[in-house]
Write a protein that binds this ligand. Structure first.
Ligand code: NAD
Length: 311
């Protein structure tokens, strides 16, 4: 297949590219390298197995990369939930406007398939846990979650209006090597600066589901292969959860530290828009044959080891 991956130089995108190249796809990455890096794709760029177009999807000039493509994986976004309370308009641009541009380019060049990376935050503070895809009302409490829900709505409309088969994936917390944001890189960074004390946002009791990035990529590719409707929505996560203090303990151990004093900023949420409890039902994906091989704790241990070892 000829595949375009937006945001393919980023954390999840570069792992997805690894898997697409491994299965023999011809891959073009469009990324403005605002968060992604060439290093994440270095092996492929050296071998010439991936084409990287460094371009901002808010600008023009990249659209003809869609010509002849069989599928687009649209990952480019500003994924920072916390920052979305500080710069909401930026997230509207980076998430909603960028997605509209991608959909328009797909329409123009008649690309038939789309996979989109949405988020558990579209559910807001769900009263049903584990939360299934049918859960309503969808009432995001962060601007980030709202922008992703708006993207899902646009994708639904473009799918039905212009014959694009789409799969939107509502991710739990995805973790692993190359990740630049989220709780584990945050703890690793803080502990490198001060190995005696760790600031923990909130009261440490926020409890959520985590999934290792290779499992996430495996789930996406499996789901795309089995998607039958014009519009498909899948939760992707593990089947259990873990609290933030337990994650701190795992990161401290992975870095070979001890006697680290935890300093909690307090409150049941770490920041404006933080959902304190999140666990997704993954029955829909399981019913078609995918299930995760790792739980949240194992995923966190693997990610912490990988990131604590790196530079
Ligand atoms: P990331 O920041 O590593 O990846 C995003 C990529 O998009 C980066 O490489 C960045 O350079 C690129 N990008 C951003 N704006 C762009 C623009 N205007 N033009 C071109 N490129 C642009 O983040 P990630 O964690 O790999 O997230 C990938 C996707 O998954 C995002 O859509 C994110 O919202 C979604 N997601 C991630 C998680 C998670 O836990 N990591 C959870 C839910 C959803």
């Amino acid at each position: 297949m000829d595949v375009v991956v937006t945001g393919g130089a980023g954390f999840i995108g570069s792992h997805l590219v690894d898997a697409l190249v491994a299965r023999g796809d011809r891959v073009t990455v469009i990324d403005n390298l605002s968060a992604g890096t060439r290093e994440n794709l270095a092996g492929h760029l050296e071998k010439g197995t991936v084409t990287l177009l460094t371009a901002d999807l808010l600008e023009t000039g990249w659209e003809d990369q869609m010509e002849g493509a069989d599928m687009v994986f649209h990952l480019a976004a500003d994924p920072d939930v916390r920052q979305s309370a500080v710069t909401p308009e930026r997230q509207v641009q980076q998430n909603i406007v960028v997605t509209t541009r991608v959909l328009e380019a797909m329409r123009k060049f008649r690309v038939p398939n789309l996979a989109f990376t949405s988020t558990s935050t579209v559910y807001g503070e769900a009263s049903v846990i584990p939360t299934p895809e049918e859960y309503t009302p969808l009432e995001p409490i962060s601007v980030y979650g709202a922008t992703k829900l708006a993207c899902e709505a646009l994708i639904s409309a473009y799918s039905h209006s212009f014959g694009i088969r789409s799969s939107s994936f509502r991710f739990a917390n995805i973790i692993g090597p190359r990740s630049g944001h989220g709780v584990i890189p945050d703890f690793v960074r803080k502990l490198r600066e001060n190995p005696r004390e760790l600031e923990i946002l909130g009261d440490g009791s926020q409890t959520k589901s985590y999934l290792e990035v290779s499992e996430c990529v495996r789930a996406m590719l499996f789901a795309v292969e089995h998607a039958r409707e014009p519009v498909n929505v899948f939760n992707i996560g593990s089947e259990d959860w873990i609290d933030v203090t337990a994650i701190a303990d795992i990161v401290v151990a992975a870095m070979g530290l001890s006697e680290v004093e935890y300093r909690y900023t307090g409150g049941e949420r770490g920041w404006v828009g933080d959902v304190p409890r999140m666990l997704l039902s993954i029955e829909r994906l399981k019913s078609i044959g995918w299930k995760p091989e790792m739980g949240s704790r194992e995923s966190v241990v693997a990610a912490a080891r990988a990131m604590a070892g790196g530079g």
